[in-house]
Design a protein around this ligand. Structure first.
Ligand code: PMM
Length: 256
């Protein structure tokens, strides 16, 4: 899954408006992305929410511009109104970082027959990194995901992906614990998505705490290869080309 952020404050691939985002999306497809994840609201720590019209003004031109391409399109939003309009414009999947906590998002996905990615987030983006706290991080995160999957499927959502939400209301230790426990999450009956691309904690882990976001691509690939080995079905990444190469080599080694 290639990341297409259409936001002025996107840390590495946005800020250039829908035209540039569309070109970026086409490049990610050429690089081998199967799904493009289009987002018009930043969910990075500390980010302020935007209104429906602003978000739609960013994502709809990109989704419409991709009509007729072979891309599967995912809309990265927490707002049912945005998700509905994106599905009308041709999106196939709803990626909700709030994990379908809004009942309207859940019922809209069911009505529209749209599959959903359910991500775990503690709190909300503006404040989630101030003081993340868990008694039992694996139990709480995996428990939430399994409960939401059950709720969504019984409401008629046709399919779900589960995502532990790396960096969303989590300390570096929480992220590592969840990543080490991925085989447990992958053992549940639903496909797993992992998105750690260019996230800040990778800077510290890789001995590069001050570098810019795009200096964390090798660290991202190492982490996502681990995720794939642990059973993740999808990884959400900025640098599609290097991930396709790395995942193909890993698959070739494993197929022996
Ligand atoms: N991370 C971001 C945004 N959307 N969606 C899912 N499902 N999983 C993630 O980990 C995730 C996401 C924030 O990262 P970005 O600013 O690089 O898009």
């Amino acid at each position: 899954m290639g990341i297409v952020n259409v936001t002025p404050d996107s840390f590495s691939d946005g800020g250039r408006g829908p035209e540039a985002a569309l070109m970026h999306a086409r490049q990610l497809l050429a690089d081998g992305a199967l799904i493009l994840d289009i987002g018009g609201e930043s969910t990075r720590p500390g980010a302020e929410a935007v209104d429906v019209d602003t978000e739609l003004g960013r994502v709809l031109p990109v989704i419409r511009g991709l009509a007729g391409s072979p891309a599967l399109i995912s809309i990265d939003t927490m707002k049912p109104e945005v998700a509905r309009a994106a599905l009308d414009a041709g999106a196939h999947l709803v990626n909700d970082v709030s994990g379908l906590r809004d009942p309207q998002m859940l019922s809209m996905c069911a009505e529209r027959g749209a599959p959903a990615c359910i991500m775990h987030m503690q709190g909300e983006p503006r404040t989630m990194q101030l003081a993340p706290h868990y008694g039992d991080v694996m139990g709480e995160v995996f428990g939430f995901l399994a409960a939401q999957a059950g709720r969504a499927l019984s409401a008629g959502v046709p399919g779900v992906l589960l995502d532990p939400g790396i960096g969303f209301g989590k300390t570096p230790d929480h992220n590592l614990a969840l990543l080490r426990a991925l085989p447990e999450l992958s053992a549940l009956p639903w496909p797993v998505l992992v998105g750690a691309s260019r996230k800040k904690f990778l800077g510290a882990l890789s001995g590069n705490p001050q570098g810019p976001a795009d200096s964390r691509d090798a660290a991202s690939l190492a982490l996502h290869l681990h995720a794939a080995r642990c059973g993740a079905a999808l990884v959400r990444v900025h640098d599609v080309r290097s991930h396709v190469q790395g995942l193909r080599v890993q698959a070739a080694l494993e197929s022996a």
